[in-house]
Design a protein around this ligand. Sequence first.
Ligand SMILES: [Zn+2]
Ligand SMILES: [Zn+2]
Length: 752
Amino acid sequence: MMTATELLLTGQVQGRGVRPALARLATEHGLAGEVRNTLQGLSVILEGFPEAIERCVQQIPGQLPVGTQLTDMQRRDVVATNRSEFVIGRDDRIGPLDTPIPVDIGVCSNCLTDVVHSDNRRFQYPLTTCAACGPRWSLIRSMPYERDQTTLAEFPLCEDCQLEYRNPADRRFHAQTMGCPQCGPQIWGVSQHGNSVAAGAQAIEAAVAVIRAGQIVALRGVGGYQLLCDAAKSAAVTRLRIRKGRLSKPLALLVESLPQARQLADLSPDECGALTATANPIVLCRSRGTGVAPEVHPGLSDVGVMLPSSPLHALLSHQFGGPLVCTSGNREGDPLEFEVTNAEQRLQRIADFWLHHDRPIVRPIDDSVVRVIGGRPVTIRLGRGLAPQLLPIRTTASVLALGGQQKVACAWSNGQQAVLGPHLGDMETLASRDRVVDQMNDVQSLYRVQFDAFTCDLHPEYFTSRLAPHGQSCVPVQHHLAHVAAGMLEHELLDRDVLGIAWDGTGLGTDGTLWGSEFLRVSPDFEVQRIAHLRPFPLIGGEKAIREPWRVALTLLMEALSPEVDVSSLFPGVDLMTIRMVRSFVRQSDKHPQTTSAGRLFDAAAAIAMSVDMSGFEGHPAMLLESIADHTAAGEYQLPLTESAPIQLDWRPLMAELWSDRRNGISPGVMSMKFHRTLARGIVALGCRFASLPIVLSGGVFQNRLLTELIIELAAGTLLLYFPGRIPPNDGGLAAGQLVVAARRLQTAMRT
Ligand SMILES: [Zn+2]
Ligand SMILES: [Zn+2]
């Protein structure tokens, strides 16, 4: 007696080779039927003997490919229709997209083996993929995920590939992005003068020769261009920095293998896990201080390392043999370049050679960055392999969250699913602003949605705060509430009162001042009570105060010690006139914006301990300070809590003691350690007053591994502590928090 049953699988079930795996399993059990990608997930019909169907159904959860996330499997009986075989079908129904869009997957070991064996027909073919690996998000034109809806539709499979595609025993069975040297996309190299010089393996050889000569290659990678040079050559790294305009930010490294990564960095098992994960991110790990030029990560103890994301990267780094600088292919401040013509034009003054491929990229995406903190990977930049990230937000509203001003990433819900999108960049240039608008349009068609509400930061001057179309409702969300809400979302604390600790650079507060060290009691309805913050101080010179941390140091020392404090010996690079001017501004401090920024407190500490008078980028002094910390040093400074409401953490004794240590010749490493321990102790002391609440850490300051791990250590056994993980603690995670707050407020507004 033949029967039939239909299964509906939901979760991350597309783009991972689930259909071929199920087809194989069903065939093994002698079953006929069909499996289809649908807008909701995956539908499977199994037809055959009831016992065989039962055995097959039971085995399904255990037989799904790596990276699949099955959230639900519903089952119903259907009429048997005498099917004779098991087929992979398709579904093109119209409706809102319910299933997650697959992320890009780093090259698998099988594909790497293929390209290095000379008897394999894909020997040295740099763009090979299979059902288990390859780009997805960056080349999907529309869902469901089928070859003819990706950019590979332009590359019809040759006969050999078709045989593999149709063979259930082959690992390219229904692999949508597969191809070979005969039918697939190709690479070619172009020299400075615009001549196509080589194709295939010769193009890689030419690129390697250019790099060996100390020059710069623009490589079209998975999600866009990357700039490569020899990481061991100071002159090459400096040339890249100057041409790109990236003078001080650290540069990431591409290495061929894990053993090569170990030569450059001390890797913990967690860091090895992060490096070899299918997401294939850049992992920030402790540098050994050897093997690369000091210009790669000047003054910083961590170095960003990445393994090859595609066979092209693997072949290139194998031929080169050593670590390569591998950084985003853009002019500093602009978004990532991803199209051939644009890249040649806009990177003309940066690159000496282009290594292109003709597999179109629909959606540019930067490399992801993670840092292992407290034993687990924390997302620093959500990009290739990690974005889009599913968010556990249940809402029927169609909302777009626009993020902030720096490190902008959007989040959205189409009423069926909610996701956090990839890093887009800082909103400083027209090109990066255009990229945000492009993405708004793209996600509306990709997710089949017209947004009927928007949410943005409370700051009216942010570019993203002005993006909601006229007449559409836009919910502004306070910056630090958004950070805390992102943490509540990540840790499933949306139904609890929490103490949120949001420490970062600055964000506009509800009182019009610049907040940045907030202890917020937040309810499930996102009612906020400001419990505590650092003692406020004037920010002299606005943006200048960020670029020149000595200004903040002077401000804080004048208040902590005396208006006459003499800092000229600390900052020999700053002329006396400017010091005198800032000093007079501090005396009229009521004319300047007040801030409670923890980021600026770090800047001041770095300025006093290390004489840092200029900052290359936001957070730079704090990174330098964390890097020099002497982890063996004992002691700490004082950071008393006031009995006011809100409570203030009074930094005056801390600044006075830092100053005295500096004058007494205490080493910067010891001062840094004491400073970090003081802040950790202050945060934990404040947390202890609310020990019954879950405590959620968020904000860019908690990218600092030393501070966060000190807090974890000091809070052990006393506080219920939740620190950042998948959602970036910096402003890249802001949109996730905005989205969950806006969804709740829209829901409440609809009820009343
Ligand atoms: Zn593969
Ligand atoms: Zn082929």
